[in-house]
Design a protein around this ligand. Structure first.
Ligand SMILES: *Cc1c(COP(=O)(O)O)cnc(C)c1O
Length: 460
């Protein structure tokens, strides 16, 4: 053991290594020192436990190289999504299209007319570009866009119901991943929550009985990430609108995901589109910009002019305002929806969701073929499964997919998973019944060779 300790190379040898200095590329030597430290610390530990019997400078240098590359890389970086979940909140929700990204690049690498009216040569309005498209697409009278849908809910409640009562069904008092709870948001807004009905059943008269002179709003919340099944009853948007009309109280729906395209076209069961919700007479609706819309993180609020004016004038609107990056991505994405066929073809979320099973199978075959050609020592098998949609959209609904199951002698599914997550770019797959799966539904064609190369580098 003492022999081995003595064999550990001097730190300076690494710090003066031409090849490592080239990777450092003029950045502070601090990064290289840190990489060497990490590798040598690990080595000493392994010597102590007897895990390592021999090593060479070259081997250690390879490790330092990997460590250095990882230290120099921004901590927010690309990941390959092999979970099959198209709207994966932890993996950044909606990917945007390269053409949208191209437009974004032009906006952010120079100046833009963000708040400048070129005709008049003076200050203009920040949201004018989004307003016309959203009105055109949905028939809404007015538009407001903020940082995210959680912000939208807070803003709507603050502007329309502060100090007053908002009636919500107990079946809709939801919590969404990342600590968004309707009762908490309500409290923060200063509105008073008036719960009606029971967890599984709410009737129209539950709302009617709760209405009094202090009621400001009837609210409906899309139960995005769960469904109550069995003996249930809820009040539809249409019924709620009728009650609202009868008593002269506005109706607000938090739609969560909010789609412009009818999802039955994908073979999924019906979910109301934003257009449907507005047509049913709801006064205000809000939804996310990066769920089924497939754009950037944002909260979009649409509805009646009179109410939207109040919302837009509220100081929180300024505090929650979106930046030019979001505006650029949203505008370029929304434009596609003016032609639905184009939207499905060009917006990655829709492109993925509308894949035919054969197309997914084709990607699976492509991966398996590379592995076979390269003599992958493990076992791979293609099999049919179902992928979730995610992002608090379409609870319980799944789409057909094909997965590649990977088995490597001497490695458990969890060990394969860990190794695949620790290579660059990391691959996040899924584990089902103790098997490691690459769900091809969310894998882009150009990522297939990268996944193959990672798998070929797996060592027990
Ligand atoms: C996702 C979701 C939200 C939060 O939207 P963000 O854009 O993530 O802030 C709020 N309400 C519902 C019903 C949702 O599904």
């Amino acid at each position: 053991m003492r022999e081995l300790y003595r064999k550990i190379p001097k730190v300076d040898r690494f710090l003066q290594d031409e090849e490592l200095l080239e990777i450092l590329d003029g950045k502070p030597p601090f990064f290289l020192k840190k990489a060497v430290d990490a590798v040598l610390t690990r080595l000493r530990e392994k010597i102590a436990t007897g895990e390592v019997e021999d090593f060479s400078y070259e081997e250690l240098k390879e490790e330092v190289k990997r460590e250095l590359l990882s230290l120099l890389r921004p901590k927010l970086h690309k990941v390959i999504n092999a979970t099959g979940v198209v709207l994966h909140t932890n993996l950044g929700r909606a990917p945007i299209s390269p053409s949208v990204a191209e437009h974004l690049k032009e906006i952010i690498t120079g100046y833009s007319n963000l708040e400048y009216d070129l005709e008049k040569g003076k200050r203009g309005l920040r949201y004018r570009n989004l307003e016309w498209i959203l009105r055109e697409l949905t028939g809404a009278e007015d538009v407001c866009v903020v940082n995210n849908n959680a912000g939208a809910v807070l803003l709507v409640l603050s502007a329309l119901a502060k100090g007053k009562e908002v009636i919500v069904s107990r079946g809709e008092l939801i919590e969404i991943g990342g600590s968004f709870r309707i009762p908490d948001v309500m409290e923060q807004s200063g509105a008073l929550l008036k719960e009606v009905g029971t967890t599984n059943k709410t009737h129209p008269w539950d709302y009617e009985n709760a209405i009094n002179e202090n009621t400001a709003l009837l609210m409906k919340v899309h139960t995005s990430n769960y469904r109550i099944l069995g003996f249930t009853e809820s009040v539809s948007t249409k019924e709620l609108v009728e009650i609202g009309r009868k008593y002269g109280i506005p109706v607000y729906e938090d739609l969560g995901s909010g789609s412009f395209i009818d999802v039955t076209k994908l073979g999924l069961s019906y979910e109301p589109t934003v257009q449907d919700v507005l047509k049913s007479g709801v006064d205000v609706v809000s939804f996310s910009g990066d769920k089924l819309l497939g754009g950037a993180q944002a909260g979009i609020i649409l509805g009646k002019k009179e109410l939207l004016q109040k919302i837009k004038k509220h100081p929180l609107n300024r505090a929650l305002r979106i930046d030019k990056m979001t505006l650029a991505v949203l505008e370029a994405t929304l434009i596609y929806y003016l032609n639905e066929t184009l939207a499905i073809k060009e917006i990655p979320v829709w492109k993925l969701l509308s894949q035919k099973p054969e197309e997914v199978k084709f990607k699976a075959k492509k991966l398996v073929k590379i592995l076979e050609n390269e003599g992958f020592p493990g076992n791979v098998k293609i099999f049919k499964d179902r992928s979730e949609i995610g992002g608090g959209a379409l609870p319980l609904q799944t789409l057909p997919t094909y997965c590649v199951r990977v088995e490597v002698k001497g490695l458990s599914a969890h060990e394969i998973d860990r190794k695949m997550r620790n290579l660059y770019p990391p691959v996040v797959g899924r584990i089902k019944d103790k098997s490691y799966l690459i769900d091809m539904f969310t894998v882009f064609e150009k990522e297939i060779p990268i996944i193959a190369s990672h798998l070929l580098n797996l060592e027990p």
